[in-house]
Each structure stands twice: as C-alpha cells, then as structure tokens.
Design a protein. Structure first.
Length: 322
C-alpha cells in the first residue's frame, strides 16, 4: 500500500512537471510573437501560399474598387524601374544603378502627392527612433490634419470608409471617425526605452533609424526622393511582382534595410486607405489578403496602445508565391 501511494504521488508530480513545461513553452512563444510583431527589424516580405487560404470576397471587391478609383496612381510609363541584381544573402551593394530609372514628376503636382511631400520638405520628423519627436499640437498638428484631410477627401478613401461601416468597424459620423483616425496614425509612442519618438505615420510613410538599421519606410515616393538626392544606395532586390511592388535591400545614410518593401504603382491615398482598412478590419500577418493585377498580396499590420487608444505600429505589403 505504501509503495502504491508513492507511485501515485510520483505519477502526479510527473504530470504536473510536464504541464508546467508545456505552459512555459507556450507562454514563451506567445511573448516572442508579440515582441516580433511590434519590434521586428526583418519582417517577411514574401510568403508561401497555403492550400485553403481564402481571399475575403468583400475585401477583394473593395481593393478592386479602390484600384479602379485611384486616378492619382502613376501609369506604367510614369515610373520605370531598374531592379538590378538579385539579393540572396549579405548586405553588400550588388547593383551599381538606382532602383528608379525614371519618374514622371508631373504626377507630384497632384494634391495627394503634394500633401505627402510637404511632410518631407519641412523635415517634420527625426529619423532616429530614440529621439523624442515634437509634441503634436499647434501648427504642427494643423499641418498633419491638412495632410489627412487631403488623403481622405478622395474616392479611394470614401470607398474604404463605406467598407469599414459595412463591416461594423465604425458607425460613427465621418468627422468623428477622422478624429480617431488621426490619433491612430499620428499618435506618438516609444520604440526605444520610453522615448516617444515614433508613430504609425512616421514608421510607414517616412521611415526610421534604429541604431544602424532602417525601420519601416514603406512609401515609394519617399524612397524615390531620397534616392534622387543621393541619400539612398540601392543594393538589389529580393523579389518583385512585376512593377507593382517589390522587396529590396538598400542603405539610407549608412543605415541598412536588409529587406524592405512597398507598393509602387499606387498613390499615397491608395496606400493610406488600404493600410487603414487592413489595420482596422483585418489586422495581423495574413488576414488582409487580396490580389492586384493578378499578383497575390497581403498587408501585414500590427497595433499598439498609445494616447489612450489603439495606434498603428506598422503596415506593409507581402507578396505570396505558389
């Protein structure tokens, strides 16, 4: 009887120990995934398609509609690219030429480009992620509210807003929604030891420096302008979907982007509207999946708390391969 009791006790202790190990592993993986979502320096820009992964038909219809409504996007003749050499590994420069061979800069006269470029021309952000950004108030806030107003006063964004209403994401009046959307994109938070030096807008449309690495930077317009000034050294490409989008490697004033990607044949209002829809209605790594011109893509988005609500942490495109 004594030995039977001991055996039972040992069996129970063995079960408890194994359950504890499993819980520890699960918790560790969960913490790691959360950290990767918010702070990954090397996001995946190319994913393998999985059987059974379905495209949301309503989302696809929206993307098709926004694409057809995007009268501000460049035509194939407006932007000519030189993809150069294929990057397999390392960070050395394998392409002697720039990525952008030619851009018809007359498209930059359109209001959506003028609004975006005004934020670059005035140097309103500090690239170093560990440097505190100025407070979002006064003339600074008014300028960015004007930028937001320009991007949302487009047929593309109105289609996106109608979709968000139909999906039950918001039932608020347009102006009230814009107020919250401003904080979602421009609310400040920390990516570096408590310093409020980042926002979704800066991360996505401007780009940041985190030590010796480039973080974010998912606007083809800003990339082109920096490359034109000689501030970006193009290394080569990892992949590209025709001239629609691509994942590339480059350095920006000595800060390296090992894998960075952006849409190219789209306007700032399309990018802003698409990223907003994906972040609010289909957040995460693979929930926002669709196709454009026959190319299967996803938008990866993550959020984090800031200024008393949820703010955008990152948004970027991912190409799918068979």
């Amino acid at each position: 009887m004594k030995y039977a009791v001991i055996a039972i006790v040992l069996a129970i202790l063995f079960i408890i120990a194994n359950v504890g190990i499993l819980l520890f592993i699960r918790e560790s993986m969960s913490s790691k995934n959360t950290e990767t979502a918010l702070n990954s320096d090397y996001p995946v820009y190319k994913q393998r398609s999985h059987a059974g992964t379905l495209v949301n038909s309503e989302l696809q219809a929206l993307v098709d509609k926004m694409w057809s409504l995007d009268v501000d996007r460049p035509s194939p003749k407006d932007v000519i690219l030189n993809w150069g050499s294929h990057i397999v590994s390392g960070t050395s420069d394998k392409s002697p030429n720039c990525l952008f061979y030619y851009v018809n800069e007359s498209i930059f006269k359109k209001p959506v480009y003028q609004a975006l470029m005004s934020t670059y021309q005035q140097n309103l952000f500090t690239p170093e992620v560990c440097s505190t950004e100025p407070q979002m108030s006064g003339p600074r806030k008014e300028l960015f509210q004007g930028v937001l107003r320009t991007l949302v006063n487009t047929p593309v964004f109105h289609a996106a807003f109608e979709y968000l209403q139909a999906e039950g994401i918001t039932q608020k009046p347009f102006e009230k929604f814009l107020s919250e959307l401003f904080t979602f994109w421009f609310g400040s938070y920390s990516r570096c030891r408590g310093t409020k030096g980042s926002s979704g807008w800066e991360h996505v449309f401007v780009g940041e420096w985190n030590h010796h690495k480039v973080s974010g930077h998912h606007s083809w317009v800003h990339y082109y302008l920096l490359e034109k000034e000689g501030l970006i050294n193009y290394h080569g490409y990892h992949h590209h979907s025709g001239h629609l989008e691509g994942a590339v490697q480059y350095s920006w004033k000595g800060h390296v982007k090992k894998v960075g990607g952006f849409l190219i044949q789209s306007s700032p209002s399309f990018d802003f509207s698409l990223y907003t829809v994906c972040a609010l209605a289909h957040p995460g790594k693979s929930a926002c999946r669709f196709s454009i011109d026959g190319y299967e893509l996803s938008v990866v988005t993550f959020k984090q708390p800031c200024d008393g609500q949820s703010c955008l942490s990152t948004a970027y495109t991912v190409a799918h391969m068979e």
